[in-house]
Design a protein around this ligand. Structure first.
Ligand code: SF4
Length: 463
């Protein structure tokens, strides 16, 4: 069942005047197929103002019977189809997904937890991922070849993932190889053919190691895998950076500048050694010496949900709720992370609230669907979102129960709609980058030896 505090109900109550507050778009109550019928956009919500790349997938129309069905009819159809399909299907729901969809999920979690849940359900011939495009790609990478991963609405992309386009990343890499040519022994020298990320001897550091956040396309994960790099999550970013620095002098981190900056800063890297790479400018808008002096080159990407949080919101929460515990996601801008009491992944936030024994007031800086669900699940605590405006992740919001009913009933009719597949040329190196992440351990150098704790690991504070 949906919780009484579901974001959809909150938005409806605000729009009818039954509740106080504001939303970031009056179009949040429109049916997503109305948005799908218009020009390609991320739809109403936090990413609505972000430019959408031309090549992102679009969702065609879905049958009238799903567009016209009432909530009650969709509920009945979804439950009936799931019951009939049984173990043939597994439904995954991301933490940021609306309650009206999450209520049907067999597993709820962050993107990597859900991809692993898919991996554990080998008997399921179909995995319906109620998240966004890169998450469905990751599930396809980790699931069996005979399993179909379905994204109920193809327009559910991720604006942050879309900010790192593979052509722009390839172009960036070529320019960095030029800048670091001396360290490579020239652009024709050792390591140049495989890219700067391929260290050619155990005791030689590569000029730069590419690191991508899980929130990136499979093409970017494949790029990273091909060039000696690695994937990270918001839970293990510091461990992954340690892994990378054991192999290279610098890191190229994408797509999220904030996760990269917050993590590297917690490891003691000065801000002046973290230049930003703007893909629309030569050398990313930097001079060559700045790039040579860099320790972490940050891609100019961000999450429009987490960019909304401000230090003024934290000041207000502290003034109005003395003793409040402020926890924010590391995708928030650095001043917000610095002003908070703690920063951590969605899983960290969830566990921190679960572990609080005394009634506590929490001000949370992450997506509103998760915050309101946590508030409903923990009535002994006072839990609220730092952002006073109700503004969900617009891409996650593109999944509506109508699309889930369509995907499930199509399976009953023997049809797989909206299958997400990653070709082997991308999948093999992308899996390699994911395997490197799984093998990376805190304080472990490239020989596998465990170093003494240095106190610089941001993961230790955030795991
Ligand atoms: S919350 Fe941000 S990073 Fe997560 S799916 Fe939405 S846009 Fe992408």
């Amino acid at each position: 069942m949906t919780t009484t505090a579901s974001v959809d109900l909150t938005i409806r109550d605000i729009s009818t005047g039954a509740a106080r507050g504001s939303t970031c778009s009056t179009a949040l109550l429109d049916a997503p197929w109305d948005v799908d019928a218009g020009p390609s956009t991320y739809g109403p919500g936090a990413s609505q103002a972000d430019p959408i790349p031309g090549a992102v997938p679009r969702q065609g129309g879905i049958p009238e019977r799903y567009r016209q069905a009432s909530r009650e009819e969709l509920d009945r159809r979804i439950r009936a189809a799931k019951a009939e399909l049984g173990d043939r299907v597994v439904v995954l729901g991301h933490f940021y997904q609306r309650d009206e969809v999450v209520q049907y999920a067999d597993y709820v979690g962050d993107s990597f937890q859900l991809a692993n849940a898919a991996k554990a359900r080998r008997e399921a011939e179909a995995i319906i991922f109620c998240g966004v495009h890169f998450m469905a790609e990751t599930a396809d990478l980790l699931s069996g070849p005979e399993q179909a991963v379905i994204l109920p609405n193809l327009a559910a992309g991720c604006s942050m993932a879309d900010m790192a386009d593979i052509d722009q990343v390839e172009e960036c890499w070529e320019q960095l190889i030029e800048v670091y040519a001396d360290e490579l022994g020239g652009t024709d020298g050792p390591g140049a053919a495989d890219g700067a990320g391929a260290a050619d001897a155990d005791d030689v550091l590569a000029p730069v190691i590419p690191v991508t956040y899980m929130n990136s396309s499979a093409a970017i994960k494949g790029f990273v895998g091909r060039h000696g790099g690695i994937v990270c999550t918001s839970s293990n970013a510091a461990t992954v950076l340690e892994w990378a620095f054991a192999r290279g002098r610098r890191v190229l981190f994408f797509p999220d500048q904030h996760l990269g900056r917050n993590t590297a800063k917690a490891m003691g890297i000065p801000l002046e050694q973290m230049p930003m790479w703007n893909p629309r400018s030569p050398l990313g808008g930097n001079d060559a010496q700045t790039l040579r002096d860099a320790r972490v080159v940050l891609w100019h990407g961000f999450c429009s949900v987490h960019k909304r949080f401000t230090t003024a919101q934290i000041d207000k929460a502290r003034a109005e709720h003395p003793g409040v515990r402020v926890i924010v996601h590391p995708e928030c801008p650095m001043p917000v992370v610095d002003a908070a009491d703690e920063a951590g992944s969605t899983d960290y936030i969830r566990k921190a609230i679960e572990a609080a024994e005394e009634p506590t007031t929490f001000a949370i800086g992450t997506e509103i669907n998760l915050v309101q669900r946590l508030a409903a699940q923990h009535p002994q605590h006072t839990i609220f979102c730092l952002d006073p405006v109700v503004c969900p992740c617009s891409t996650m919001y593109r999944i509506h129960p109508g699309y889930l009913a369509w995907a499930l009933e199509s399976l009953l009719e023997g049809e797989v709609i909206n299958r997400i597949t990653v070709g082997p040329d991308v999948a093999d190196p992308a899996r390699l980058a994911l395997e490197r992440m799984l093998a990376a351990k805190p304080g472990t150098d490239r020989t596998g030896a465990t170093r003494a704790a240095t106190g610089t690991s941001a993961d230790a504070a955030r795991a």
